[in-house]
Structure formats: C-alpha cells, structure tokens
Design a protein around this ligand. Structure first.
Ligand code: M6R
Length: 609
C-alpha cells in the first residue's frame, strides 16, 4: 500500500514525480504529497484525497526543481487528511521523507524523540523516522551515516525515500519488506514502489533487497548493506511497454484488462512452453521431489488456488491444501522437505503471502511462486518461479491476473502429471490443445458482448440490488467466490459466493424476489445437480442469472437471464466462466457511478499485514 516516487535529474521533478504518482495511485489514494528542493529550501505540498487535488494545487505554482520525492497514501496510522499526508519533515525543515509500510516500534521512538525535544505534527508512524534521522545527525559525520543509523533502529516494514538540504543532490532510499525499485536513466535516475511510475523514461531497473540502502544521484546510483559496505546489483530490463500501462481508449483499466485476457492467456502459455517441453529447467523444482502441495495466497489469487487444487489432485494425484496466506502464517502448518509450497501472487509483494512463504521455507519446504511481476519480492525469495504474462494490472480488481494464474498453474499441473505418469502423453496433449483454445473462446465471448451487450443489459436490470448470491459447484465453486468478490469490491453490493449444494444448509433463507442469484451452470459432471439447485432457488422466487453454454436448454428455460459462454473442458471452464462475472460486476459498478479502478478502502498491492 502507498506509492512512493523520487526523481533526480535535468528535468522538472515536480512534473515527473506527480506523473509517477498518478501511475501508482492504484496503491493508495487517501492523500498525496510531494517535497522538492527549491532555492535551498524544502518545499512540501500535500492534499487530502486523490492526486488530482494535489495536481490542481501544483499547477498554479511555477516551481522548478531537479530533485523531489512524492507519495500517494493508503492510511494506516492517522486519518487521511492533509496533516497526516506524506512527505513529513524534521523540526529544522531540512529533511523530508516518504514511507510505505508500518514502523512497528514508532510509539517508543516517538516517546524517546519527544523527550529530546522533537515536535511532532502528525499521528503517523512515519514521522518518527524523519526526526530520528535528525537526531542521529547530531552524532554523525555525514548524512548517510545518520540515515543508516536511523534505519537500523526501525522495526516493521518500510520503503523510504529521503531528501535533505544537507546533501541536496541525492535521494536516500532504504528497504525492508516493502518494494522499492530504482530506475536508471541518462543523466537522471528514479525511485519508486513499482516500475510503471517511471516506465515512460526507462525500463532498466535495480530492485533493492531487504536491508539495503542506496544513494541516488543524477549521475549514479550506489547500493550498500546496513553495515555501509558497497554492494553490486544486477540491472534488470523490464519487458513491459508504457502503452500496456495505459487505458488505450477504454473507460477504465478494469474493462481494458478484461478485454486483454485472450492475449494474456495466450502469452502465458507461450511464455511457459520452454520449461513445459523440457527445453529449459524449472529451476529448483524436480517433479518427484515432493509428495504434497500447499498453496498460499490472498483474495483473487486464493480463488485461483482453490481451482488448481482440482488440477493437482485430479490430474497429478498430489494431495493439495489451499490456505489464505494470512491464516497459514499463524497456524502450525505441517511442512517438511517433501512439501512443495506454491504461492500465487500477482504483485509478488503481498505481505501475508510473503510471510507464509518465509514460514514454509523456514520449515524446509521448497517454494514455487506464480507471479506476474518480474523482480518482485516473491520471485526473489522463491526457489522457482512460473511467470504469468498478464502485463501490468492496474485496476485494483484483479481480472487478467486471475485467468493467467489458472493458465500457468494448469500447465504446471500438466507438467507434473506427465513427469509423474499420472496422465498419458495423449491426455496431456489433449489438455494442452484444450488450453490453447481457451484464449479464442474468451475472445469469442468478449466479441459477442461487444455486439449484443447481454451482460451489460443484465447488469442494468440488477444494479440497484442490495445483495447477491453466487452459486457454483466443483471446479466452478471458486468462480462463485470470485464473482462475488468482484461485485462487492467495486460496487459495494453485499455478495456471497457459495457451493450450490450447501445453499440448503443456510443461505437459502436469504432468497426472495429481490435477490439476484448468479449460478454457474456450464456442462460438466455436476450440471444436473446445479439444475436442481436452480429449481430450489426458483421455488423461493429467486431471480436466476445463469452462466451456461449455448445448448444447455434446461438451464435456459429455468433462468430469467442467461449469460452464454462457449463450452470448454470442465477443468478449463473456470477461465471462460469468470469473464461474464467480471463484466457483470464492472457494469454494475459503472452504472452506480463508482470509481471502478480505485474502489474505496482498497489498494492494489497489500504490502502491510
Ligand atoms: O498481488 P496478489 O495477487 O498477492 O494480491 C492478492 C489480493 O490482494 C488481490 O487478489 C485482491 O483480492 C484483489 N483486489 C481482488 O480483485
């Protein structure tokens, strides 16, 4: 949560930092601020609300500065107002700092610093850091020394960017448990929480690791460990283009990302065929080296995990558990060297998922991560990585990340099934063929929606609903969960996902003529059972919207509305079936006039616990 940006170079830091913040707004949008060095002074501008408010304010000011830092906030400590907005400054107003993360020992540090006469203006945990640097400066010969001494005293998580009048040509950065990336330009350099912030200027980056600090100047970047020793870092070239991180004429990123799914699925297959065909190794993972799988993930990625349990158990014959990472980290999971722990994470920066991975590793498990972001923390900490090739996902509501996670994990399950001989070569080939066809099935569905607007019109009928129930069974039960998550997170309508067969044990009491019941009823071994569940809903006057295939007559007769999807192999049907539910949620939120890409209270990347 929170996005930080910094720039040092020949151009105006004000514009570059604000532009970068806009691209990171998905990380938090309670307030925004920047600090610039202008005429040997630190100038700070902050505004509650979205970056647009800050931008309007700054527009009036003809300021030029070669160096600046900025922040877009997702509040943790202190309400989202101008005072608590970052950057924060020290008492002498010679140091300004932005922070992403949580300083866990801030109360004791604050007491100590107040005892020494420091005056605090905000309720944030962050402000202690800037005063701590000011304090350490009293006993240090350089600003860098004071900065290092201060960060060594911090507990918790942080990505920090600091500017100071004591060394006005440098941005000081530090990282522990929150992402920080340095962009390398010509005569200019950048820092940010995420690459899209500076992707229009450079795609050459250095990922900072935990317990590393760096000094970033216009003509060079130096990275050090916490002992102040210089370290060499690898430069990574990011393959994403800026256009992938822009809306390209779509009203919202979410809609664009839904429509990108055919391409993203196809890219994820082709990007992973090397190891699938044994031309490259899936480093660190040998298919026979484990006898069970544990999947850890959050939110939408967790739903992808629930579906892939079917792949690992039914196709590869490997017992598989799926946990919310936030629960896994506090239970006592039974893990040993024969356990493969798979973390699924679009961002690779989700704090709970990283904590679960670290716990599993400390108990001897091998770690595989399925991730969309090259160089993210998860990819650096795992033994092996399977990348999804979704491209940047900007909308807070995850769509293409989900379908590409399923694609990558289905490939991985097929790879295991072939190596462990639980499927014949012919069946593996048949499944691969089916997988290759998914992309065009999703494309057909999206094209049809453009022509007929069936999903949009159904959303128009239901957008005033107060509650919604999503039902599915078997491999499509997690699709009910994911459909409900999509609706609630962007439209704020209460929605629940349930296994259709479980409805009679409680949720059936919710059904009346006002509640839309969205049922996933595509072909497969439980279709007849789902049809009986639809009958039960109808008998209670529930309004059924069914996701089904064109030739499933019975469902079409029963349902008030049908959202048709092309028929796919049952295991792959979730990749197709989720698409109308993504669009349904999208249109409802849009009809309600909500900020689809940046829903209230949420942030794209949840880097705090
Ligand atoms: O980056 P991750 O995949 O680890 O993120 C996990 C969840 O925070 C994420 O999927 C979240 O649930 C989305 N907002 C759902 O649309």
């Amino acid at each position: 949560m929170c996005g930080i940006v910094g720039y040092v170079g020949k151009d105006n830091a004000k514009d570059i930092v604000v532009d970068g913040l806009k691209r990171l707004e998905y990380r938090g949008y309670d307030s925004a601020g920047i600090a610039l060095i202008v005429d040997e002074k630190i100038c700070v501008y902050k505004k509650q609300g979205k970056i647009r408010n800050l931008e309007i304010e700054l527009h009036k000011l003809p300021i030029f500065s070669n160096l600046g830092i900025g922040h877009t906030r997702w509040a943790t400590h202190g309400k989202p107002d101008d005072v608590n907005a970052h950057p924060h400054v020290d008492c002498a107003e010679k140091i300004a700092l932005v922070h992403n993360g949580i300083i866990e020992n801030y109360s004791e540090l604050r007491r100590e610093l107040q005892g020494k006469g420091h005056k605090f203006t905000s309720q944030t945990d962050t402000e202690v850091v800037v005063h701590l640097i000011e304090e350490e400066l009293k006993n240090s010969s350089t600003f860098f020394e004071a900065f290092l001494k201060a960060v060594r005293r911090l507990h918790g998580s942080y990505a920090l960017a600091v500017i100071t009048l004591y060394q006005p040509d440098t941005i000081f950065v530090a990282r522990k448990d929150s992402p920080l990336v340095i962009g390398l330009g010509e005569g200019e350099n950048f820092v940010a929480s995420d690459v899209p912030a500076f992707l229009s200027y450079t795609n050459r980056v250095i990922f900072l690791d935990d317990f590393e600090v760096a000094t970033v100047k216009s003509d060079g970047v130096s990275v050090f460990n916490y002992d102040g020793e210089r370290i060499e870092k690898r430069v990574t070239v990011i393959p994403w283009s800026l256009s992938q991180a822009e809306k390209a004429g779509y009203k919202h990123f979410m809609l664009k990302e839904i429509y990108e799914q055919p391409r993203a699925i196809a890219d994820t297959i082709s990007g992973n065929l090397n190891w699938f065909h044994g031309e490259t190794e899936l480093k660190g993972i040998s298919p026979d080296s484990f006898n069970r799988i544990q999947i850890v993930a959050c939110g939408t990625s967790y739903h992808a995990g629930l579906i892939t349990k079917f792949y690992f158990e039914n196709l590869a014959g490997i017992p598989t558990e799926v946990d919310y990472a936030s629960e896994y980290r506090y239970r006592e999971p039974i893990v040993d060297g024969k356990t493969l722990v798979i973390s699924i994470t679009q961002s690779g920066e989700t704090a709970d998922t990283l904590a679960a991975m670290r716990l599993a590793k400390s108990r001897g498990a091998k770690l595989l991560t399925v991730c969309n972001v090259i160089g993210s923390t998860a990819t650096r900490e795992a033994d092996a990585v399977v990348y999804t090739y979704a491209g940047p996902e900007i909308s807070v509501a995850s769509t293409k990340a989900f379908t590409t996670q399923l694609t990558a994990l289905f490939l991985f399950a097929l790879w295991l099934s072939r190596s462990r001989k639980t499927l014949s070569e012919e069946r593996v080939e048949r499944y691969l063929k089916e997988l290759l066809e998914v992309s065009s099935k999703v494309e057909t569905l999206l094209k049809l929606e453009k022509e007929k607007a069936t999903i949009k019109n159904t959303a128009l009928e239901f957008y005033r609903s107060k509650d919604a129930l999503y039902l599915g069974r078997n491999v499509n039960y997690p699709i009910a969960l994911e459909g409900a998550l999509k609706l609630k997170e962007i439209s704020y309508i209460h929605a629940e996902g349930y296994p259709a067969g479980e409805m009679k044990h409680g949720p059936i009491a919710l059904i009346d003529e006002n509640v839309p019941v969205i049922v996933v009823a595509t072909k497969g071994k439980v279709l007849d059972k789902v049809i009986s569940n639809i009958e039960e809903v109808k008998a209670r006057k529930g309004r059924v919207i069914a996701v089904t295939n064109p030739d499933v007559k019975k469902v079409k007769e029963l349902a008030e509305y049908t959202l048709e999807v092309p028929e796919a192999d049952e295991y792959l049907s979730p990749l197709v079936n989720i698409v109308p539910l993504q669009l349904f949620a999208y249109y409802i939120a849009d009809f309600l006039g909500y900020d689809v890409d940046q829903p209230r209270n949420l942030a794209k990347s949840v880097t705090v616990e």
